[in-house]
Design a protein around this ligand. Structure first.
Ligand code: SF4
Length: 586
């Protein structure tokens, strides 16, 4: 009888040791979006949702072990009686996968070792890791085929939280959200993109219809008591029929779920901002990449106007830009950084152009001899220094230019969380006003036209009123950060901005309730303490909890391990990232 263990790589993360790079923190925002924002940077870890999806969808009894310590992994392997151990990793973590595979081989020689994840595309993997089976594409189908199961069985969507150990200003973030994995892959085939290549330039839907997405919201919502979801899909709006069906299902059920997701600029333009707002999108990741518009998805799109329109309607925009592309030299890279900051998104990722194994870019650079030989895998992550020869930059320069780009964004627009608070507030006010104006003008939503049209039989827009309440909730979640954002502001302009937003909150939502007032001093003490630790150590690293979940009974535990917390002083120049980013995975 087969028994499967599916494991992520072991912690600690963000520590300079023989298996990983310092500051490989397994965090997304802090690594490569709100980097250099110190105490203002939100912290959290995202569970390895692929592991849960696979475990849920194979008949073989399976256990997911996410963020284990080394001891926890070894104990699980020794005591679990597993016939198969699957290890998922990205390229910078390949040495961790190697150690895990060695342990399994040495202590459980009969066990089949399976490797998967983006790291499986490393060409010389055979020479680095001792393994038996390799999954390079979509994991559910691969595992079902491997175990001789029905590959066409419907996909069961797992219940997974989108973030764990969430902190900001040293205080726990109490709002929760679930993850929906509506599909993987992308047909846009950008040459640097790991996702499009991993899934063979095809999109595979796990939730094919709007009803499927809605049902997954209901299921996860009930289990986790959440109404907010991160949709993991490279381009959710690229399937407009599904998105329209999802809105129709929510309207029918009177549910105003909210979503954070990815979308290319051209897709947003096609569906329209009104549609995204009505559907409840409150956070969008948009790849703007470069001023040079070398990718079709941004050609002909007025990004500044689009982003401003989204923000005015309460949609936080995370834009991502790429540094050290072929057309960059000392002058154009600075122009591109200024241009990316100039789109005035709430959050901005700078990711280095990276030839990631499996991509067309990697093949081209390998063939052209541009890859730097012997560059350690743990350093190939896109935030420290590039791993190919660029005619216009030294490696030191790439490291420093990247760091300075983040600092410039921070000093220009202030903390990302402050921008988000402003966007949610602006959105609430705009949508409230627009509902009233439309109702006065007798306009109603037309689901065919995806817009508001004049009607002979105008009715109150009850659904948008429900949506407005959800927007108010989103805005109010940010109210407690406004004071610390002002106290630790990087400059006078940011402090002034925080004060202005605080006044607008007061004007819009009235006085702060007593319960929040009572908590405020604690929040300030935690923020002071976090800031003090950051000053002393440079970086505050919190290790994610270990999650162990068994299937098919779906029993789970979350445990703090001995690697619980670490305060780490990092070398000034080391600032790598581990979590897969949109640009990094594309
Ligand atoms: S970069 Fe984005 S748009 Fe391009 S292929 Fe990848 S996921 Fe698709």
């Amino acid at each position: 009888m087969s028994k499967l263990l599916l494991a992520g790589v072991f912690k600690p993360f963000g520590v300079d040791d023989e298996y990983g790079e310092a500051l490989c923190t397994m965090e997304l925002l802090n690594n490569q979006v709100t980097r250099e924002q110190g105490v203002h940077s939100p912290r959290s870890n995202n569970p390895s949702f692929g592991l849960y999806l696979m475990a849920e969808n194979v008949e073989v009894p399976a256990t997911v072990l996410d963020f284990p310590s080394w001891e926890e992994f070894a104990k699980e392997v020794d005591k679990g009686g597993y016939t198969h151990v699957g290890i998922s990793f990205i390229a910078p973590n390949v040495l961790k996968a190697k150690r895990m595979a060695e342990y399994v081989r040495k202590n459980n020689s009969e066990t089949v070792i399976m490797l998967g994840g983006h790291g499986a595309a490393i060409p010389e993997l055979d020479e680095i890791v001792d393994y038996d089976e390799l999954c390079r594409g979509e994991g559910v189908t691969w595992l079902r085929k491997y175990f001789g199961e029905d590959v066409d069985k419907p996909i069961i969507h797992p219940v997974v939280a989108s973030g764990i150990r969430k902190y900001v200003y040293g205080a726990p973030i109490i709002s929760e959200a679930g993850i929906l994995v509506s599909g993987v892959g992308c047909q846009n085939t950008c040459r640097f993109c790991a996702t499009t290549h991993k899934f063979e330039k095809q999109y595979t839907a796990f939730l094919s219809s709007g009803k499927d997405v809605f049902d997954a919201c209901e299921k996860t919502g009930k289990a986790l008591k959440v109404t907010d979801f991160a949709i993991m899909d490279e381009n959710f709006g690229k399937s407009p029929k599904r998105a329209r069906e999802l809105l129709a299902e929510m309207e029918k059920a009177g549910k105003a779920y909210t979503f954070s997701t990815f979308s290319s600029a051209e897709t947003i333009g096609k569906l329209g901002v009104d549609f995204f707002v009505r559907m409840g999108v409150k956070f969008l990741w948009i790849g703007i990449e470069s001023k040079a518009n070398v990718f079709e998805k941004t050609v002909g799109v007025d990004l500044n106007a689009l982003i401003a329109d989204l923000q005015n309607h309460g949609v936080t925009v995370l834009a991502s830009a790429i540094l050290f592309m072929e057309h960059h030299d000392k002058e154009t890279i600075n122009e591109d950084i200024d241009w990316a900051i100039g789109v005035e998104s709430d959050l901005l990722q700078f990711m280095q152009f990276g030839p990631i194994p499996g991509t067309r870019l990697f093949k081209e650079y390998l063939a052209e001899g541009k890859l730097i030989k012997g560059k350690p895998w743990p350093e190939q992550h896109g935030q420290s220094e590039i791993w190919f020869n660029h005619p216009h930059f030294t490696l030191d320069e790439t490291r420093e230019i990247t760091r300075q780009a983040f600092i410039k964004k921070y000093h220009t627009h202030g903390p990302g969380v402050l921008n988000m608070a402003h966007t949610y507030l602006k959105g609430y006010l705009t949508v409230k006003r627009e509902i009233e104006e439309r109702e006065k003008a007798g306009m109603v939503w037309d689901s065919k036209e995806l817009g508001y049209v004049k009607s002979d039989k105008p009715v109150r827009d009850e659904y948008m009123r429900l949506r407005l309440e959800a927007m108010k909730t989103s805005a109010l979640e940010f109210r407690p950060i406004l004071k610390p954002a002002e106290i630790y502001a990087p400059n006078w302009e940011s402090a002034q901005k925080a004060r202005m937003i605080r006044e607008k909150f007061l004007e819009t939502f009235g006085p702060v309730p007593l319960s929040e007032k009572l908590l405020a001093p604690f929040v300030r003490i935690l923020a002071w303490n976090e800031n003090r630790k950051l000053k002393k150590y440079g970086v505050v690293m919190r290790q994610p909890f270990t999650i162990r979940q068994t299937y098919p009974d779906r029993k789970g535990t979350v445990q703090k391990s001995s690697e619980h917390n670490r305060w780490v002083r990092h070398r000034e120049h080391k600032r790598p990232a581990d979590a897969l980013s949109h640009s990094e995975t594309k």
